[in-house]
Ligand binder design. Structure first.
Ligand SMILES: Cc1cc2nc3c(=O)[nH]c(=O)nc-3n(C[C@H](O)[C@H](O)[C@H](O)COP(=O)(O)OP(=O)(O)OC[C@H]3O[C@@H](n4cnc5c(N)ncnc54)[C@H](O)[C@@H]3O)c2cc1C
Length: 462
C-alpha cells in the first residue's frame, strides 16, 4: 500500500526510458508543469514525467510501476479543478498528450475513435469538415482522456449529454498492465456489467484510458443565441427552471450574475448590462430556432426578464459564447495574482433557486470576492471564490466556506459535484453524500482492480 512519497531511483528512471519511445523527464520546469492543475490547491511535483506513444507502452509502464509500487498519475491538459493531477505521493506523471491521433471518423455511424491526448477543440476542427461536432464542452480545451476520466459535462449537456452519455467504448490499461476493451461501437448495449461507465469518472484511479470511441452529432442547420437580463439572481434562475420544465429544446442555457458580467465586459471588451443574465443557444432549422427563441422570450418575460436580444449572426453568437467561456479567466484577470476556488453543486431542479440563494447568503458573510454562474438548465452552478495563493490561511478558510455550502447542497438532495469530480478536494463530501456503505463498495472495487494503489493514490478516497 502506498502511504508515503515515492521518489524514483536513477536506475528506475533508466528502466522507464527503455519502455517508452517518448520522453522520460526529470527537468524541473516539466515537473512543475505536471505538479499543478487549475485549482488553488498547492502544487506537488512528480518524481518524473513519462510520455508514452501507444497502448503497449502504457501497459509496459504500468506493469513495471506496479511491480515496483511506483504511483502513476495520468495527465491530460491539467485543467481539472480538484487537485486531480497532483502526484500527492510522488511517483510518475504519465502524460498522455503525445497519444493524440484521431484514429477514425465514421460519419455514417456518427462516431469517432481517438487517442486520449486529443484536445476537444482539435477534434472539433477536424470533425467540422465532415459536418459533425463533438458536443461535450467544458469550456477549457481539455483532452478527451481527461474529460472521460472526470465525467466532464458543460454548456451543451442539457441537449446532448455529458461524457457519461457520449463515450461508447474504450481501450484501457489496468494497474497490472492488462489491456481491456469495454463497450461496443453500437448506440445501445446491454451486455454484462457496464465497465465503460465504471471507468468514465474514475479520475485515473482504476485504469489509464488509451483509446475512446465517442458519439458525434451533425452540425445543426442553424444556431441562434439569445440573452436576457433579470432584476435578481433568483428571478433568472426561476425563469431558467420554468424553461426547462416547458420542454423547449434549448442547446445551452447559462446563468451569469452581475459580477461575472462586469468581469467578462472588462476581459472581452463587451458592453453588456451589469445585471443577472441568462445566455441561450438554440439548434435546429431556421424556423425552429426562431420559434424556440420566441417561446423562451414569452416565458422569461413572465419572470421579469428584460432586454431580450437574439441573433442568428454567427459572429455575434460566437462572441457571446466566447465571453461565457471566458468567465473563469475574466474572474481571475479581475483579481491579478489571485487564484479561484470553484464549487460545483447540482441539485434537483425544484431546489435550484433556494440553493443559489443559500450559497449567496453564506458567501456574503465573508470578505472573499465571489461570483455565481452555472449550467442552470442542468441545475448545476458554480460559486467562483477568489483567494490569495500567498496566504495559505485564506485558502483554508475558503475551503471551509465551500465545505459549508457543499453540505447545505447535499442536505437539499444535491450532489457535491455535478461535473468536476472528487479529486483530493471533495473526499469528505463524497462520504457525506453517498454514505459510508456505498463508499466501502467503491473502495472494494479499487482494491480489486488496483491492489497496490498505484493509480492516482490519495484521490476519491483517503
Ligand atoms: C476555465 C475552466 C472551466 C471549466 N469548466 C468545466 C465545465 O464546464 N465542465 C466540466 O466538466 N469541467 C470543467 N472544467 C474542469 C476541466 O476542464 C475538466 O475536469 C476536464 O475534463 C479535465 O480534462 P484534462 O484533459 O484537463 O484532464 P486532467 O486535468 O489532466 O486530468 C483530470 C483527471 O483525469 C485523469 N486522467 C487524465 N487523462 C487520463 C487518461 N487517459 N486515463 C485515465 N485517467 C486520466 C487524471 O489523472 C486526473 O485525475 C473547467 C476547467 C477550467 C479551467
Amino acid at each position: 500500500m502506498i502511504n508515503k512519497r515515492v521518489d524514483l531511483t536513477p536506475s528506475q528512471i533508466e528502466h522507464l526510458k527503455t519502455l517508452v519511445t517518448g520522453a522520460v523527464s526529470t527537468n524541473e520546469t516539466i515537473l512543475d508543469q505536471h505538479g499543478r492543475d487549475e485549482s488553488a490547491i498547492p502544487p506537488v511535483r512528480p518524481s518524473a514525467v513519462v510520455m508514452p506513444h501507444s497502448t503497449e507502452e502504457v501497459s509496459s509502464v504500468l506493469k513495471y510501476c506496479n511491480s515496483e509500487k511506483i504511483p502513476v498519475v495520468a495527465f491530460g491538459a491539467g485543467s481539472s479543478l480538484e487537485g486531480h493531477v497532483l502526484p500527492l505521493f510522488g511517483g510518475i506523471s504519465l502524460d498522455l498528450t503525445e497519444m493524440n491521433k484521431i484514429i477514425e471518423i465514421r460519419p455514417d455511424d456518427l462516431l469517432v475513435r481517438v487517442e486520449p491526448g486529443v484536445h476537444r477543440m482539435a477534434l472539433n476542427e477536424k470533425l467540422a469538415s465532415n459536418g459533425l461536432f463533438f458536443s461535450v464542452d467544458p469550456g477549457a480545451d481539455a483532452t478527451l482522456g481527461g474529460m472521460a476520466s472526470t465525467g466532464a459535462a458543460g454548456t451543451t449537456t442539457v441537449r446532448y449529454g455529458s461524457m457519461r452519455d457520449n463515450v461508447l467504448a474504450m481501450t484501457a490499461v489496468m494497474a497490472d498492465g492488462t489491456v481491456i476493451k469495454t463497450g461496443r461501437e453500437t448506440r445501445k448495449l446491454s451486455a454484462g456489467y457496464d465497465l465503460t461507465r465504471l471507468l468514465v469518472g474514475s479520475e485515473g484511479t482504476l485504469a489509464v484510458i488509451t483509446e475512446l470511441t465517442l458519439r458525434v452529432f451533425g452540425i445543426p442547420e442553424k444556431m441562434a443565441a439569445a440573452i436576457v437580463r433579470f432584476p435578481t439572481l433568483s428571478d433568472g434562475v426561476t425563469a431558467a427552471t420554468a424553461i426547462v420544465r416547458s420542454g423547449i429544446s434549448i442547446a445551452r442555457c447559462e446563468f451569469l450574475d452581475a459580477k461575472c458580467i462586469k468581469n467578462v465586459n472588462a476581459h472581452d471588451g463587451l458592453n453588456l448590462s451589469e445585471m443577472p443574465t441568462l445566455f441561450f443557444e438554440f439548434h435546429g432549422s431556421p424556423q425552429g430556432v426562431a420559434e424556440d427563441a420566441q417561446s423562451v422570450r414569452d416565458i422569461v418575460e413572465e419572470f421579469g426578464g428584460s432586454d431580450f436580444e437574439w441573433t442568428v449572426d454567427e459572429g455575434a453568437r460566437r462572441k457571446l459564447w466566447q465571453a461565457r467561456h471566458n468567465a473563469y479567466w475574466a474572474g481571475i484577470a479581475a483579481h491579478p495574482g489571485k487564484r479561484a476556488v470553484s464549487t460545483d453543486a447540482a441539485v434537483p431542479l425544484s431546489k435550484l433557486s433556494d440553493a443559489v440563494q443559500t450559497a449567496e447568503q453564506i458567501l456574503s458573510k465573508h470578505p472573499y470576492p465571489f461570483s455565481i454562474l452555472g449550467h442552470v438548465a442542468d441545475a448545476n452552478f458554480h460559486c467562483f471564490i477568489v483567494t490569495d495563493p500567498a496566504n495559505p490561511k485564506e485558502l483554508e478558510d475558503v475551503r471551509d466556506i465551500t465545505h459549508e455550502i457543499t453540505m447545505k447542497m447535499i442536505e437539499m438532495g444535491g450532489t457535491c459535484t455535478g461535473e468536476h469530480g472528487i479529486g483530493s478536494g471533495k473526499i469528505e463530501a463524497l462520504v457525506e453524500e453517498t454514505g459510508a456503505p456505498a463508499v466501502s463498495i467503491m473502495k472494494l472495487i479499487k482494491q480489486t482492480l488496483d491492489p497496490n494503489n498505484i493509480l492516482n493514490p490519495g484521490k476519491v478516497f483517503n
